[in-house]
Design a protein around this ligand. Structure first.
Ligand SMILES: *[C@@H]1O[C@H](CO)[C@@H](O)[C@H](O)[C@H]1NC(C)=O
Length: 486
């Protein structure tokens, strides 16, 4: 074997066992077959070592992959590898969204705008745990803005619990917590939030919040975007699949809210999902360029068909209705709608802003926008100041009634007590009378008490006297009231 290596290094055969000066008989011979085979083997070995080294390099230095593979025309390998650190390849045609996304591993970006929402978080996370759409396919994005309470720290606590849940179906995908204040001047309480004057500025700020949240968290691998408010009280855990099955670009359920019984039990809540009307279009034409029409206020009578009012509790939940404006409580949209540039206008777009403007803009770009009138979710009931006053009055009335009932009871008890006393009194009287009668009997011959004439004889003497008579007949109920014999 050493002969071979020497042969390779100096170009001629050399054998240490032979005389250095002798002429090798092989010298001018053509190369032997073993030599050729050996050379081929060497090339194969070098290639194998190079390949092995290459693989090791690829494994150790991911950036090397990004450099090497495309230059070798192997770039297609990269598209399936999500762990690359610097270069990522996406074919957005794979993320358009289909009717049965959960079977195809389609990812949903779940967006939740939050503001002073600490109180709603326990309920919200109870919903999160119940979602039937595979949790690992859902990425969460929270925007916490202008909050004075403990929304952010509490949110982190709940998320930590959720992601560390021992049940491996619980944890969600990526989570983004985004903080951004917009300096909202409108206070968050119900009265301020729902007042007419506050609507346009409030909606414009909300629109900005949604756009910030979405643009910061939407990734190319998201096929869907779901917007959900934290204060939804009741919703089917299958809502994502239920909405997705319709395979629409933008789809919303009907949103109602439960009411206390004294207010009628239930009420439409979200009036922002509607169909455009001629009246509203005519109204829009008369308005200033920057005006924003808001629904549900007497100031703008639009006579639009609202999704909320078309609800039939027994209707088919799959019935669809084309709409133009959408409410923001629960929107499922294909990510491509946003990728196409549709957003939540923070200005007057066709005289609308935020989610209603979003619906209009999506329509304008020929996306399908649909509402489900008979598929209902329930928003939390938050009493208004008027409701609170009313409830306070009701509470007072209740207390007064209770107090009155208590007084009544006490009075009755006292009466019964008095009656007992009177009975005792009567017993004494009777004995006294009997004694007197005996005395008289002994004196003379008349019987004073008794006989059928008793009641008449004692008329006007009161109940105790009546009871006395019955007593004599042996018929008195447990309360001491007289029971008529005949
Ligand atoms: C979650 O599911 C459980 C069990 O079905 C149910 O009792 C609970 O009310 C649900 N929670 C919410 C917030 O819907």
């Amino acid at each position: 074997m050493p002969r071979h290596s020497h042969a390779h290094s100096n170009g001629h055969a050399y054998s240490p066992s032979q005389n250095t000066f002798s002429i090798s008989p092989h010298r001018f011979q053509p190369r032997t077959r073993p030599a050729l085979r050996w050379r081929r083997q060497l090339i194969v070995k070098i290639a194998a070592i190079a390949f092995f080294a290459g693989v090791v390099l690829l494994l150790i230095f991911p950036s090397f992959r990004d450099l090497l593979l495309p230059t070798l025309g192997l770039g297609f390998i990269l598209t399936d590898d999500p762990t690359l650190s610097t270069v990522r390849h996406y074919d957005l045609n794979n993320y358009l969204g289909t009717a049965r996304g959960w079977e195809r591993g389609e990812r949903i970006l779940f967006c939740v705008p939050l503001r002073d929402a600490e109180a709603h978080l326990p309920m919200f996370f109870a919903h999160m745990r119940n979602f039937t759409y595979p949790h690992h396919l859902i990425d969460l994005a929270f925007l916490v803005s202008d909050s004075k309470d403990q929304t952010l720290p509490k949110l982190k606590e709940y998320l930590t619990d959720l992601q560390n849940d021992p049940d491996d179906r619980m944890p969600f995908g990526d989570i983004s917590l985004i903080e951004k204040d917009f300096g909202q001047k409108v206070k968050q309480d119900v009265e301020n939030r729902h007042g007419f004057a506050a609507q346009a500025p409030r909606r414009k700020t909300m629109a900005q919040a949604r756009n910030w949240l979405l643009s910061a968290s939407l990734r190319p691998h998201h096929s869907w975007v779901y917007w959900r408010d934290a204060d939804v009280e009741t919703a089917p855990p299958t809502i994502l699949e239920d909405l997705m099955r319709h395979n629409k670009d933008v789809i919303v359920p009907n949103v109602w809210r439960p009411l206390p019984d004294w207010l009628g039990g239930e009420q439409p809540y979200d009036l922002n999902s509607w169909q455009e009307s001629e009246t509203a279009l005519a109204l829009a034409d008369t308005l200033d360029e920057d005006a924003v029409i808001v629904e549900g206020y007497a100031e703008y009578a639009t006579w639009r068909p609202h999704l909320a009012y078309l609800r039939d509790p027994y209707g088919d939940p799959d019935v669809e209705m084309e709409i133009d404006g959408v409410g923001g409580v629960s929107i499922l949209a294909k990510a491509r709608v946003f990728r196409s540039g549709v957003h939540f206008p923070a200005f007057s777009f066709e005289k609308h802003a935020e989610t209603e403007g979003f619906g209009k803009m999506a329509k304008r770009m020929h996306f399908s926008v649909v509402g489900l009138p008979h598929y209902t979710i329930w928003h939390l009931y938050e009493p208004s100041a008027d409701d609170l006053k009313h409830m306070e009055r009701m509470e007072e009335e209740r207390k007064m009634k209770e107090a009155a009932e208590k007084a009544e009871k006490e009075k009755a008890a006292k009466l019964a007590n008095n009656f007992e006393n009177q009975n005792e009194q009567w017993q004494k009287d009777k004995e006294a009378v009997a004694a007197a009668a005996k005395e008289q009997e002994t004196k003379k011959d008349k019987i004073l008490v008794g006989g059928e004439a008793g009641p008449h004889a004692h008329a006007g003497e009161g109940e105790a006297a009546g009871a006395k008579k019955s007593h004599e007949n042996g018929i008195v109920d447990t309360a001491g009231n007289e029971v008529k014999k005949e």
